[in-house]
Design a protein around this ligand. Structure first.
Ligand code: 7RM
Length: 632
């Protein structure tokens, strides 16, 4: 699976992947997976319908590729290394043999509750081994898993359950997150008041509290697992049978249930994992995401297990028992690859080095980031203090919809550079488009990021709404998948993601991306984080409003700081990008996955707060009130 070893092999593979994509993916799929029946066609596609089909005719089961085929050689190797929230509780090493047994037992429990191929199963669990096992158990029998992040509210859970008609729900009595315990089961009980389709609820024990169990509907998981057979034959799946649904929020409307199918997703998640993280058999790989997000699906569960890797699953948060926790885990388990989000890096950098220096981070080989543009200051902090300038940083750009990493540095082939996701992965054909819908050729250009050709792990539809899939992704530009992001291509052809295109602000006729301005601001040593939005302005059309959090929140010299911040912006971008208003705030509203909700900030800046939309799913809804009270 590992064939991008240097620049030459990348260049050669990339060329082949574009000139003859079918032959390229045919070879990778043949050489690296077990199939029950080969495909008759590698690719069939038409973006105008849209219809995309990879490895049509093939049959397989992804769990045999994730687990069974590793048993003979690597049965005793750790598949999942579970690190609990409480550092005094011991970690748990689940070998491939253990995983095989537990997935099969779980799959048999699902069957005993009437679950069949094609049924939807909702998984609403904290980051405990049962979460990964539940996902794999669904895949074992061809049930479509729909994981809902356990931080979502009862409303959000209910609407996701109903949207895809889930028959069964897997949850737990609760979960630990730092010093808090989360009472998951009562959230479930509230949600299920609105979910008539749920026939059974399986409840794992984690926090051992007294919870209410609805008789005939709710079942404790453990006793069912114990009495279940450890043998469950893998259901034969067609290449294009759905593997999972995962919801992602759009700029408008209800969340979209992105549908990923079996074979293409398997091939692409496995191949990107191996080559981008340079996984070697002895490595311990750690992605700090939650399995409730696509990053956890592709790069905690499927990608690593398909490669027979050891994947670390962490239950807790970066701040518990203190902000040194990530680094203590890296030291404890000798983590080789570490993959996290820029927001986490900024939060940790803000704490200073006292909580980094005590730990031995010499096991690290590759560092990764995902989820949002990483600002230059955070990149350097990560590079200097975590990677000790010895670890390549892979700034991986991709989406729930893309299923796997699309643009990223590839260690040994080519380096990253701060704020650049760099070059497309093999098989990925990006294009930049202008307002008229024409492709912008050449280098040193900026536009809207599209992908011109299918790749194996692209989402095939939105559950129950193919029309919306077509309108959202395939209607803005002819014969291209539109990502919703803006990007620039520098003089070397390297891509920098400039942010969602709805974040572009036009000030006096100049297009300004928010990310470069935020980068400039974040260079100020006193700044922790910033978010820029536009608001209507009589003369300029739009003006810039900056929300800024400081490392030391009781820094008093606000006037001087504002001047210094605007000087930095002038220096990095130009006076045109100077902020018209600056509000210092104790925090920024964020989604559960750590993305700044600029939509809300935009409304506050525009003094249009009558309808802020649903803020209940935010990580920190309370901060919205404070920002509104102090707004300028
Ligand atoms: C994997 C994930 C997708 C959106 C995407 C971008 C932004 C993600 C990067 C990034 C700049 C990156 N899926 N995004 N990675 N922006 N650099 N490396 O995050 O569906 O939750 O979000 O996230 O705007 O369109 S997602």
């Amino acid at each position: 699976m590992y064939n991008l070893k240097d620049l030459k092999s990348y260049t050669k593979s990339y060329k082949k992947s574009v000139e003859n994509p079918e032959a390229f993916w045919d070879a990778i799929a043949k050489a690296n997976f077990v199939w029950k029946r080969p495909w008759s066609r590698v690719l069939e596609w038409d973006f105008s319908l849209p219809k995309i089909s990879w490895f049509e005719g093939a049959q397989l089961n992804i769990t045999e590729n994730c687990i069974d085929r590793h048993l003979e050689q690597n049965g005793n190797k750790t598949a999942i290394l579970f690190e609990p929230n409480n550092p005094n509780e011991s970690s748990e090493a689940i070998t491939y043999t253990d995983l095989h047994k537990r997935v099969n037992q779980f799959a048999n429990v699902l069957k005993s509750k009437g679950i069949q191929k094609g049924d939807r199963v909702c998984v609403y669990l904290p980051m405990i081994p049962e979460l990964a096992i539940a996902v794999l158990a669904c895949a074992r029998i061809g049930a479509i898993h729909s994981v809902v992040f356990a931080g979502f509210s009862a409303n959000a859970l209910a609407s996701r359950i109903n949207d895809c008609d889930c028959k069964l729900l897997i949850t737990s009595d609760g979960g630990y997150r730092g010093a808090k315990t989360i009472d998951l089961k009562s959230i479930v009980d509230t949600a299920l008041l609105d979910c008539a389709g749920i026939e059974a609820v399986l409840v794992a024990k984690r926090i051992h509290t007294d919870i209410s169990m609805v008789s005939g509907r709710d079942f404790w998981l453990q006793p069912l697992l114990e009495s279940a057979s450890a043998i469950c034959e893998a259901t034969v799946m067609d290449a294009e049978d759905p593997l999972f649904i995962l919801y992602t929020s759009g700029s408008t409307g209800q969340p979209k249930g992105m549908v990923h199918t079996t074979a293409g997703y398997m091939v692409y998640s496995a191949y990107t994992f191996k080559n981008i993280f340079q996984y070697e058999p002895e490595d311990i790989y750690w992605c700090t995401a939650d399995i409730g997000w696509i990053t956890g699906h592709s790069y905690i569960v499927y990608g690593p297990l398909l490669n027979g890797a050891t994947t670390l699953m962490f239950e807790g948060v970066p701040s518990y028992p203190d902000y040194g926790r990530f680094w203590s885990i890296v030291e404890k388990h000798k983590v080789s690859q570490f993959y996290t989000a820029p927001t986490a890096i900024r939060a940790l950098a803000k704490q200073g080095l006292d909580l980094v220096s005590p730990y031995d981070l010499s096991s690290l080989k590759v560092l990764g980031t995902v989820g949002e543009p990483i600002n230059e200051e955070a990149w350097h902090w990560y590079n200097d203090h975590i990677g000790k300038r010895k670890c390549p940083i892979v700034d991986t750009w991709w989406q729930t919809e893309t299923g796997g990493i699309m643009i990223s540095p590839i260690p040994k082939s080519f380096d990253g550079k701060p704020t650049f996701a760099t070059l497309p992965f093999v098989g990925i054909q990006p294009a930049l488009m202008d307002e008229k819908g024409e492709e912008i050729e050449g280098n040193s250009v900026e536009g809207r990021l599209c992908i011109k050709f299918p790749w194996p792990s692209m989402a095939r539809t939105i559950w129950g709404n193919h029309q919306r899939y077509k309108e959202t992704y395939f209607s803005a530009y002819d014969q291209s998948y539109f990502t919703g992001d803006g990007a620039l291509r520098d003089e070397n052809g390297h891509y920098r993601i400039t942010g969602r295109v709805d974040d572009v602000i036009i000030v006096s006729g100049h297009n300004l991306g928010t990310a470069p301005i935020e980068d400039a601001i974040n260079e100020h040593p006193k700044v922790a984080e910033s978010a820029i939005v536009g608001y209507p302005h009589d003369i300029k059309g739009s003006a810039l409003y900056g929300y800024i959090t400081l490392k030391n929140s009781d820094d008093t010299n606000a006037a001087a700081l504002k001047v210094e911040i605007n000087q930095l912006i002038s220096k990095h971008i130009g006076p045109i990008a100077k902020l018209d208003k600056i509000q210092f705030t104790s925090g920024l509203p964020k989604t559960r996955s750590g993305k700044i909700m600029r939509r809300i900030l935009r409304k506050i800046a525009s003094k249009d707060t009558s309808n802020l939309g649903d803020i209940s799913t935010l990580l920190n809804p309370e901060v919205v009130e404070t920002i509104m009270k102090n707004s300028l």
